[in-house]
Unconditional design. Structure first.
Length: 337
């Protein structure tokens, strides 16, 4: 307050100085008219001249001295203004609703049909009303993927002041499976997640999932049908078989979760039994070598199954009745029906 009063005092002094100067000029003009003295105006007097000799330097020194005298007061005023600005900024960011996530300002887009937009909106309800500056994009993406595990990527960007944009891309389905107890088809994505399908996709190979836990579950949407690592090995094996054995036709797959095996049914009626223990490529190499030695026997009829689970060994069962009984004894109902 003292600084403001001093500034006011200096301002009034400057105004009085200019008022007196204007008055003197008017008086000089009147005298000139009355007494016919010289009309030449004297050298104008500047505000610096009022400070005496060395006017400009003296004026600057005077102003500097006054500022130094009031430096404490100026710092106090500046600090008060800064504090008020900080408080206002904090209120706008964390206290007001202007920068809080609004449900109506959240946009969810998908690049394919594998995800559900409504579930995505529901999965981020915990972030509604939160300050946009405190919301982490990674946390939003994790919340979306947690409820739809078939989502491969959720790209989150902030729409200031109070919105979000989420773009979803999903793992594509690699197989289709059917659960008789539910009378529903499901696509099996590249990371092993079950996604409801209204009908069977004829472009996808069929796979049966033998898992006691899934058999007892009543709701399978977005659940893990095949362990992700096992799914990677199955896809690698499938692609390698197509390249190494182009003459055979695969009709169906069966995945046994407890045994960690995949059984590949051929159009010829034979079944190939692979272990998903990480040696599947060696097993396939053994199969390819054996098939070439036997003159392409896989494309012919007359075998029930070929067991490749033991590395570098091939076990062949040819008698249908005996082989089916063996499979039913080991794998249960799937081969006993």
């Amino acid at each position: 307050m003292r600084a403001l009063k001093r500034i006011k005092t200096y301002s009034e002094a400057f105004l009085r100085y200019f008022e007196r100067k204007n008055f003197r000029d008017r008086v000089r003009e009147e005298k000139t008219k009355k007494y016919l003295v010289s009309t030449a105006r004297p050298k104008s007097v500047t505000i610096f001249d009022s400070c005496g000799r060395g006017g400009k330097f003296r004026f600057a020194s005077t102003i500097y001295a006054k500022i130094r005298e009031e430096s404490d007061a100026i710092r106090a005023v500046s600090a008060s203004i800064a504090a008020v600005l900080v408080l206002l900024s904090g209120y706008l960011i964390f206290g007001s609703t202007y920068f809080r996530i609004s449900p109506s300002k959240v946009i969810v887009e998908r690049l394919d049909s594998g995800s559900d937009v409504n579930i995505a909106y529901k999965s981020i309800e915990e972030f509604y009303g939160a300050p946009i500056f405190s919301v982490e994009s990674r946390a939003v993406a994790s919340a979306v993927i947690a409820m739809q595990k078939n989502i491969r990527e959720a790209r989150v960007s902030k729409l200031y002041p109070n919105g979000l944009k989420i773009v979803l891309s999903s793992w594509p389905p690699e197989f289709v499976t059917y659960f008789p107890s539910l009378e529903r088809y499901y696509g099996v994505t590249g990371n092993g997640i079950l996604v409801y399908a209204r009908s069977r996709n004829p472009e996808l190979a069929e796979i049966s999932i033998i898992d006691p836990d899934l058999a007892e579950a009543g709701f399978l949407d977005y659940r893990e049908g095949i362990a992700e690592e096992s799914m990677k090995r199955m896809l690698s094996l499938r692609d390698a078989m197509k390249e190494a054995l182009p003459g055979i036709v695969i009709s169906k797959y069966a995945y046994f979760r407890l045994e960690q095996e995949v059984h590949v049914s051929l159009d010829s009626g034979a079944r190939l039994i692979f272990s998903l223990d990480g040696t599947d490529r060696r097993q396939l190499s053994t199969l390819v070598f054996w098939n070439s030695q036997e003159g392409g026997i896989l494309a012919k009829w007359g075998m029930a199954y070929v067991d490749l689970r033991v590395p570098a060994r091939v076990f062949v069962c040819r008698e249908e009745a005996v082989c089916k009984k063996n499979l039913a004894r080991i794998y249960g109902e799937y081969y006993g029906k």
